[in-house]
Design a protein around this ligand. Structure first.
Ligand code: HEC
Length: 126
């Protein structure tokens, strides 16, 4: 009788060990989160608002037709600015929006950095 209790105890310990090992495994596996490649939907929505207030008078966002400035639909897919053939990157968009040119007003003193970032996030979805 004593002997079988001891065996039972050992079996229980072994089980616990196995469970522990399994838990350890599930914790370390699985895909990592947070490697964001997609635009943050909140930033895009906010950017759209700013666009309609500040950019929409001169730019279509749903068409590539010219308004005052060129329509921005498809800009990101095309990959280059029509005005200067620069690559469409966050940096180039930021520089363009901040400084404009002789036909487009600069937004450096109109929009906050964070607002420019959100507009860029929106423009890239067009
Ligand atoms: C007062 C009118 C006006 C406003 C407001 C304006 N733009 Fe422009 N934008 C222009 C004009 C005009 C051009 C073309 C410049 C040229 O041909 O040299 C242009 C060009 C651009 C381009 C380059 C497009 C291409 O195909 O190369 C981008 C991107 C752009 N604007 C983004 C914006 C954004 C974002 C805003 C709002 C923050 C904005 N613009 C506000 C007039 C405007």
């Amino acid at each position: 009788m004593k002997r079988s209790f001891a065996l039972l105890g050992m079996a229980a310990l072994a089980c616990a060990g196995a469970l522990y090992a399994q838990n350890g495994q599930t914790k370390s596996s699985g895909p990592k989160k947070g490697a964001a490649t997609k635009a943050d939907p909140a930033a895009v929505a906010h950017g759209k608002e700013i666009f309609s207030q500040k950019c929409g008078i001169c730019h279509f966002d749903t068409s590539d037709a010219k308004k005052i400035g060129p329509g921005l639909k498809g800009l990101n897919k095309r990959g280059t600015f029509s005005v200067n053939n620069n690559k469409v990157t966050d940096e180039n968009l930021k520089a363009w929006i901040e400084h404009g040119d002789n036909l487009m007003p600069p937004f450096k003193d109109v929009l906050e950095d964070a607002q420019i970032k959100d507009v860029i996030a929106y423009v890239k979805t067009l």
